[in-house]
Ligand binder design. Structure first.
Ligand code: PMP
Length: 360
């Protein structure tokens, strides 16, 4: 529907799009348990609080560093790479958008496993890039040969994979890179929960067609500042830099990100706590009769058997416990539960036991 008498001002294909729908965002008061968006239940590093406490607000009249140079240098140094191999963005979502803008055009195809992070398709749809979904196995193992066989110009793999938590071993990524020379994007939004040894960052020097994506949203508890980055060969970063928005990462976000990245001991402690809770939740869900899929991320995908996933979702929602339910193939009979604090996990389990009538 458009104003009568006026020509259509936006591209016709926009009519076919729908806006991104995040997990339900309740007003957060003390009793709400929000475990539906894979946010970290613990606060960011105390170094962030310290920084903000001493922040001189007058600095905000200046534009931020246009290229996020100090942040790039820090990230480069942390990975033994040059700042010219790093690009920062307004969340890794912005970096994903930028990758589509720089590497693909109308009519191209990118391949990605199904299920996976839905934002890849959302961005592809905007610029009329086709997405070839390659179904994962029953246990959600990714079919690498299937991805290559699509003949796509690029392959996107979230590792650990979104919605499933399944980790693709580094060796498999290397095998993929050895037989495919299109663009390979490994989205490591959750890699800190899987262990750094699983990261494809180690392969950057050897494969100029590889982009590794990271975010500070999950393991660094900084969804709110919107900082993500990618690491790749200098030539790819240079191409992306030319297409980036000016000042794409604001000043506060740049300095907060640097403070958090500099506090690696805090990151390790937080990740350890989350992983411990994840393992405990997995055990308890098993006892309650759920099928739980092996996860290396900060969430668990699980399938209930006594009641439908939708019923459990609605029951928990009525108790102000928000988990994620995707009404899409292979996921609609499952729930995705982000790992909360120890207390939140306990409360979730208490409500589940009550609802499912189990004294497990
Ligand atoms: N990649 C994956 C696999 C994700 O799950 C998410 C978070 N929804 C993102 C990227 C985006 O993260 P960011 O907050 O950095 O935009």
């Amino acid at each position: 529907c458009y104003l009568e008498g006026l020509p259509l001002l936006y591209r016709k294909s926009v009519d076919t799009l729908s806006p991104y729908v995040p997990g339900f965002q309740p007003a957060m008061d003390g009793s709400v348990i929000k475990i539906n968006s894979n946010e970290n239940p613990y606060p960011p590093s105390p170094k962030v609080k310290e920084l903000l406490g001493g922040f001189d607000f007058r600095q905000l009249r200046y534009y931020p560093d246009a290229t996020s140079q100090p942040l790039r240098e820090l990230i480069g140094a942390q990975h033994g790479l040059s700042s010219r191999q790093v690009l920062c963005g307004n969340g890794s979502d912005e970096v994903i958008s930028l990758i589509f803008k720089v590497f693909f055009e109308q009519g191209d195809t990118v391949a990605t496993p199904y299920p996976t992070y839905t934002f890849y398709k959302s961005v592809a749809d905007i610029i009329n890039v086709k997405v070839a979904f390659v179904d994962t196995a029953e246990d959600f193992v990714i079919d690498l040969q299937g991805l290559v066989n699509t003949g796509a110009k690029g392959i996107f793999i979230a590792n650990p994979n979104a919605q499933t938590g399944r980790l693709l071993p580094l060796q498999s990524i290397e095998e993929l890179l050895n037989r495919y020379n299109g663009l390979v994007v490994i989205d490591e939004a959750y890699i800190d929960f899987a262990g750094q040894q699983s990261s494809a960052v180690h392969l950057i020097g050897a494969y100029p067609n590889l982009i590794v994506l990271r975010t500070l949203s999950k393991s660094y508890s900084l969804c709110g500042i919107r900082v993500g980055f990618c690491i790749a060969d200098e030539s790819l970063i240079h191409a992306m830099d030319k297409c980036r928005d000016s000042y794409n990462v604001n000043h506060l976000s740049q300095i907060i990100a640097a403070a958090a990245l500099s506090d690696q001991p805090y990151l390790e402690t937080t990740v350890e706590r989350v992983v411990r809770s994840r393992d405990k939740l997995e055990d308890e869900l098993h006892k309650l009769g759920f099928t739980v899929y092996p996860s290396h991320a900060n969430f668990l995908l699980c399938k209930p058997h006594q009641r439908s996933a939708a019923d459990i979702y609605n029951y928990l929602k009525a108790q102000q416990i928000y988990v994620r339910h995707f009404d899409s193939p292979r996921l609609s009979d499952k729930l995705r539960i982000s790992i909360g604090t120890e207390e939140e996990v306990e409360s979730l389990l208490r409500h589940l036991r009550q609802y499912l009538g189990s004294d497990a």
